[in-house]
Design a protein around this ligand. Structure first.
Ligand SMILES: NC(=O)c1ccc[n+]([C@@H]2O[C@H](COP(=O)([O-])OP(=O)(O)OC[C@H]3O[C@@H](n4cnc5c(N)ncnc54)[C@H](O)[C@@H]3O)[C@@H](O)[C@H]2O)c1
Length: 324
């Protein structure tokens, strides 16, 4: 893949901007495509002058096929990644995650019918829903997501599978655990940091605190995507991307409280929805990662190490953005 021309949709977002940094370092010609709905231009500062940036929207873009004519590979990250909104808003994930993905795939097909670009897609562990098998392997089924977000990502995976088969598009699907690290604009550490900034004496945790989830540091996550994409031989592959272990949610308050240097914080639990954080939240998530490990990739940080490292990074990001 080195030296190839790649398009990164959602490249100004949390994970996308780290991927862009890594692609530029590898010597790729990188085009970042983002509508900046949640992405930030400052995340691209380290690469400015070495990338092309396009502020465009996958849902409405009529010129996507022209853009794709000379693209070798697409990393498709653009999405609305908010799992929580689905309980009240059932349309956003359909539009941003399914229709946007369809528009992209169709433009890829039209751009070069005989030799379409290849694609790597960032999916999610939430496609498994409340899986009966933990850690959950890629071939677990039936897949029964419990959130609109998980359902929309599963629909997007299915479209990619069909486009890959019908039109000879090489494709890989990455089902991420919870990704943490610098430039986060959402997720548990980000939420807890802001709650503690508002009230450093009390900290509300959604759910009963006994939820168990796998966390991966964004640097490991990006490394896994690049490694698997670059070494893939078959036309279509699925990979779980996570650590071998998990964290219990009630371990996380202490991590952020200690990292912020706070003391005597009263931590309390809402009970949530059947013990999970909210309607649509998967209470127990752990991914079998044998398949990605078999490709020769190794993660550097386990779940707790990832959370500790990310807590420090998020605090440093937030303090920098609020200082004068
Ligand atoms: N963060 C996680 O823990 C996690 C876990 C599993 C999967 N994922 C997936 O990884 C990908 C990146 O997530 P993230 O956490 O970096 O989120 P993010 O919100 O930071 O990134 C998404 C990016 O897509 C852009 N975007 C959204 N809709 C767009 C559109 N219609 N056209 C163009 N750009 C658009 C946003 O501006 C943003 O920059 C997403 O596909 C998400 O579903 C993330």
């Amino acid at each position: 893949m080195n030296g190839k021309k790649v398009l990164v949709t959602g490249g100004a977002g949390f994970i996308g901007s780290h991927l862009v940094d890594a692609l530029v370092l590898r010597g790729n010609d990188v085009v970042v495509y983002d509508d900046l709905s949640s992405g930030r231009m400052e995340f691209l500062d380290p690469c400015m002058g070495r990338i092309d940036f396009l502020k465009r929207d996958l849902v409405t873009d009529k010129k996507l096929a022209d853009l794709l004519k000379d693209i070798d590979h697409v990393y498709h990250l653009a999405a609305n990644p908010d799992v929580r909104i689905g309980a009240d808003d059932t349309w956003t994930s359909v539009e941003q995650n399914i229709i946007a993905t369809y528009n992209l795939l169709e433009a890829m097909r039209i751009s070069r019918p005989d030799d379409p670009p290849s694609i790597s897609f960032t999916s999610t562990s939430t496609v498994y829903g409340n899986a009966a098998v933990l850690p959950t392997p890629e071939d677990y089924g039936p897949l029964m997501p419990i959130s609109q977000y998980g359902a929309s990502k599963l629909a997007a995976e299915a479209l990619i599978s069909a486009f890959s088969d019908n039109f000879g598009m090489k494709a890989s699907v990455f089902r991420f655990a919870n990704v943490v690290g610098s430039r986060s604009t959402h997720g548990i550490l980000f939420d807890l940091y802001h709650k503690l900034k508002r009230d450093p004496t009390r900290l509300e945790i959604l759910g009963d605190g006994l939820q168990r989830k796998s966390y991966i540091h964004v640097s490991d996550c990006v490394d896994a995507v690049l490694h698997a994409t670059e070494t893939q031989r078959s036309m279509f592959e699925y990979y779980n991307i996570g650590t071998k272990d998990h964290a219990v949610i009630n371990q996380i308050p202490l991590i952020i409280i200690e990292a912020m240097g706070l003391k005597d914080v009263e931590v309390y639990y809402t009970g949530g929805h059947k013990g999970a954080g909210w309607k649509g939240d998967v209470k127990f998530m752990s991914l079998a990662v044998n398949k990605i490990l078999a490709t020769g990739w190794e993660f550097r940080y386990d779940s707790i190490e990832s959370l500790k490292k990310a807590a420090k990074e998020i605090i440093s990001d937030q303090e920098a953005s609020i200082s004068p």
